[in-house]
Design a protein around this ligand. Structure first.
Ligand SMILES: C[S@@+](CC[C@H](N)C(=O)[O-])C[C@H]1O[C@@H](n2cnc3c(N)ncnc32)[C@H](O)[C@@H]1O
Length: 403
């Protein structure tokens, strides 16, 4: 059995009995004998997920794995938990933000989303009449890059009031949507009834409670659409949740605002692209209070708005560490809403405030800026089909996402 030195990244899976201490730093799931696990549990990460295994086999099921000596001091374990073997942070620089504090931010966001639903369903931006006539709200790039969904089970995380989810249903998928807004879920169910999609399921749950809300279910496809990740504080846990919902061979697809775009100053009058906002994931959110949502409509009462950015490397690495195999990451020069006031649209039909976001319309930077900054990205990743046990496996070769 191969053990690395204290804090060293172990590049391969291994098997055998062992009574040493293990530490799992955010990405690996450990299966082992219960005695070992208790020992490991004492020493290691708050978020570790240990699974009892009846055999004398210790197996790292996923991702980066760190080994520590049995006489690891607790202080060392805590220090190690804060960083990887090179001493760099594994993710959030400010990981010590109190979960209760986050609850406050999530509650404010949820109130805002609840209130937004009623505005969105009647907005020009979401174009309900068009949807009721049979149009799909998805962007052509999503439909093309996702590929054929007919007959597949599809989970849409953060589905809002279900327009995109039900567009996938119109393309033949058997859909489940999940959102933490009760108003959004009610509206999604109503919309499904209204258009006669009888086999759609909509579930109210926070993203981080999704495993419990959809206990044991796995899907052919997990999909996430525009404007979803900025509401989540921990991208690594998000990636583990995504991976856990995929059947072996299943596909994850996301079409999202680029973190480089989120980092730009959106208030400038001089039309310069200037970074003033965090690009990397921080434990603490940025506060962007606002009286309006991103589509046309009246003022909101719930103006609180808390967002987290996640660097593209953080997102991709989190998915790989969760056991997915990346197929592509495309960075786009178009964006689905008027993210900066001087952006131009070639296909939006309204102007001014009413044009900020319209289904399937895109905006871009003026010609002289168009090659300077990516505005959106799309990413497709697979959950590999085979499980390799006790073989050499580095990041990206581990083939057993958590469930
Ligand atoms: C911009 S919408 C994304 C859906 C889709 N792109 C659309 O425009 O209709 C973002 C959704 O994320 C949901 N959301 C935000 N934070 C969440 C959380 N922690 N758990 C689950 N859903 C969340 C909101 O309720 C909202 O419906």
């Amino acid at each position: 059995m191969a053990f690395g030195a204290f804090g060293e990244e172990c590049p391969h899976l291994f098997e055998g009995t062992h009574a040493g201490a293990l530490v799992r730093l955010g990405v690996a799931e450990v299966v082992g004998r219960i005695g070992d696990l208790r020992e490991a549990d004492k020493l290691c990460a708050r978020s570790a997920r240990f699974v009892e295994c009846p055999e004398d086999v210790l197996e790292v099921r996923l991702g980066v794995f760190y080994v520590v000596s049995a006489d690891l001091a607790k202080g060392d374990a805590e220090r190690l938990h804060a960083g990887n073997s090179t001493g760099e942070p594994l993710g959030s620089k400010d990981a010590n933000v109190d979960e209760n504090e986050n609850a406050k931010f999530y509650e404010a966001n949820r109130a805002r989303w609840d209130e937004s639903v009623g505005i969105h369903v009647v907005s020009k931006g979401y174009d309900m009449p068009g949807f009721l006539r049979g149009e799909k709200s998805l962007y052509p790039v999503e439909i093309e890059e996702m590929g054929d969904v007919s007959g597949k089970t599809l989970l849409h995380l953060q589905c809002h009031f279900g327009m995109d989810t039900l567009s996938w249903a119109r393309l033949g998928a058997k859909v489940t949507g999940l959102d933490f807004s009760g108003r959004a879920v009610e509206e999604a169910r109503r919309l499904a009834d209204h258009i006669g999609v009888s086999n759609a399921t909509f579930v109210q749950s926070d993203l981080y409670a999704a495993r419990e809300a959809l206990a044991g279910q796995q899907f052919d496809i997990v999909y996430t659409g525009i404007g979803a990740l900025c509401w989540l504080h921990d991208i690594r846990e998000w990636a583990r949740i995504v991976a856990g919902f995929l059947k072996p061979g299943g596909v994850f697809y996301i079409y999202e605002g680029h973190p480089a775009l989120w980092a730009l100053d959106a208030e400038r009058k001089d039309q310069q692209l200037v970074i003033t906002e965090p690009y990397f994931e921080l434990g603490r959110p940025s506060e962007y209070p606002g009286e309006y949502t991103y589509v046309d409509g009246p003022k909101l009462k719930n103006t609180g708005n808390y967002e987290w950015n996640h660097g593209i490397g953080e997102i991709v690495t989190a998915l790989i560490a969760a056991g997915l195999r990346l197929e592509f990451l495309h960075e786009h020069r178009e964006v689905a809403w008027q993210a900066l006031p001087w952006m131009i649209s070639d296909d939006a039909v309204a102007s001014g405030d009413e044009s900020r976001h319209q289904r399937r319309a895109t905006w871009r930077l003026p010609d002289e800026q168009t090659d300077l900054c990516p505005l959106m990205y799309s990413l497709r990743a697979l959950r590999p089909t085979s499980t390799k046990r006790a073989t050499r496996a580095g990041i990206g070769q581990n083939e057993h996402p958590p469930s």
